[in-house]
Design a protein around this ligand. Structure first.
Ligand SMILES: [Zn+2]
Length: 437
């Protein structure tokens, strides 16, 4: 859950060691306009000691930085998002005051970033739109005119790319190439299914920042987002597939957390820095509708995991939860598939085999198809042509009556088919769906 911040208390926020004599001049300012927030990045010469607060009528954000100066005038020509104007002045003898004039009320969130890659110290302020709590976007505009049956859109994301090769195998395979090959095999398989259409976040070898990947999925009006990766571990024996969904509270295990950090650091390469610690704390702006998206993600991830179990080893027998940036769409069910361990020579070899990649794609698409058959988005081919999935994997928190309702069968027939004595079912159990109601 996201604790709503109405005002940042006007106290000095300290970071990077209170003992240090903090001083940092502001060298430049950069802006990005995101879906639900504006990111403002101040490049500073060192760690700074700052406080910030918002004011209304008109809306503005005031930033005071102790013992600081502006080294040259802040260029406001690249203003974006909520920021209309940047003004600077002095507060007392040694405090630099920066005022951002805003066109809306915001909830600010700020943090300091240490030098990384080509960047030095940075003070980052994210201005979240106060009115825009994440919500499930209604996609009427994607339904087509005249009530036609649209295809469900599956956004397929080949992990890494460009400057970011991802992990590498003992025999020289690069994760970014493997993920693209698997993504293309999956796209071909998806396009061959009735009622489904694949779109790729990348079809060549280039870099896409993590956040941009899920933004692309949302722009594509995707009904599902699948990010493809290949795992790596220090021990070459590690093997098998894993499927991840977003965790609200951070990673479900230390290993998952490490993995999340590793996958997330690629943003440092592309120029947009995302502070992992802060990202974990922020843990996405969760609300009820995002809860529904996460539940849907878990259902489809369970389906896919079951498919993967049929063709090879599983690294983890349950769907894992981690704080992956790419899974953060508030309104698109999303999962990340670690297809196999590129660091395991046997699995590296299989990942390079087009026949095996097709098998992987088959396993993934079967899980995806079952998901859409179970919960067809309104206005789609799946909604107009009810498909009965053959199996249902029980997700966390699902009751037998909910499952029965979803598949339009009775609880009694579900119990009979699966020889269940009680109404209790555990997460991860695969239920057969009766053909007769
Ligand atoms: Zn990866």
């Amino acid at each position: 859950m996201f604790a709503r911040i109405s005002r940042i208390p006007a106290v000095f926020l300290l970071a990077l060691g209170a003992q240090t004599a903090l001083a940092g001049d502001v060298q430049s300012v950069r802006f990005w306009d995101a879906d639900d927030h504006t990111r403002v990045v101040f490049d500073v010469s060192g760690p700074v000691h700052y406080k910030l607060f918002t004011l209304e009528n008109p809306d503005r954000l005031v930033l005071d930085i102790a013992r600081s100066r502006v080294s040259k005038s802040l260029d406001g020509s690249a203003l974006e998002g909520a920021v209309q104007r940047v003004r600077t002045g002095r507060q007392g003898t040694d405090t630099l005051r920066i005022v951002l004039d805003l066109d809306r009320g915001v909830q600010p969130k700020s943090f300091l970033l240490p030098p990384a890659d080509k960047f030095g110290h940075r003070l980052v302020i994210d201005l979240f739109d106060r009115a825009s709590a994440p919500r499930v976007v209604k996609r009427e505009d994607a339904l087509g005119v005249g009530g036609g049956e649209r295809d469900v859109i599956v956004s397929i994301d080949a992990g890494h790319g460009g400057d970011d090769p991802g992990a590498s195998g003992a025999n020289g395979s690069r994760e970014k190439d493997i993920t693209l090959a698997v993504a293309q095999a999956l796209a071909a398989r998806v396009d061959a299914e009735p009622g489904m259409k694949a779109v790729l976040t990348r079809d060549r070898d280039f870099f896409i920042p993590l956040k941009r990947r899920y933004e692309i999925a949302r722009e594509q009006k995707a009904d599902l987002f699948v990010s493809i990766h290949a795992d790596a571990f220090a021990k070459s024996q590690a093997r098998g597939s894993s499927v991840f969904v977003l965790s609200g509270r951070g990673a479900s295990s230390e290993a998952a957390r490490m993995l999340a950090d590793r996958e997330n650091t690629s943003d440092l390469v592309g120029g947009v820095s995302i502070d992992d610690k802060d990202a974990t704390l922020a843990a996405v702006l969760l609300d009820l509708s995002q809860g529904a998206t996460m539940q849907a993600s878990e259902v489809v991830a369970n389906n896919v995991l079951r498919g993967l179990a049929r063709i090879g080893n599983l690294h983890k027998r349950e769907v894992q939860r981690a704080n992956f940036v790419v899974l953060r769409s508030p309104d698109v069910p999303s999962m990340l598939v670690e297809t196999a361990f590129i660091s395991n020579p046997a699995e590296e070899k299989r990942l390079n085999d087009p026949t095996h990649r097709d098998k992987l794609a088959d396993a993934l698409v079967e899980g995806i198809r079952d998901y859409f058959a179970t919960t067809p988005p309104p206005g789609t081919w799946f909604a107009a042509n009810p498909q009965r999935p053959r199996h249902h994997v029980v997700a966390r928190g699902e009751s037998l009556s909910l499952i029965a309702q979803r598949h339009r069968v009775s609880v009694a027939s579900l119990k009979r088919e699966n020889e269940l004595a009680t109404d209790q079912v555990d997460a991860g159990v695969v239920l057969k769906i009766p053909t007769a109601i």
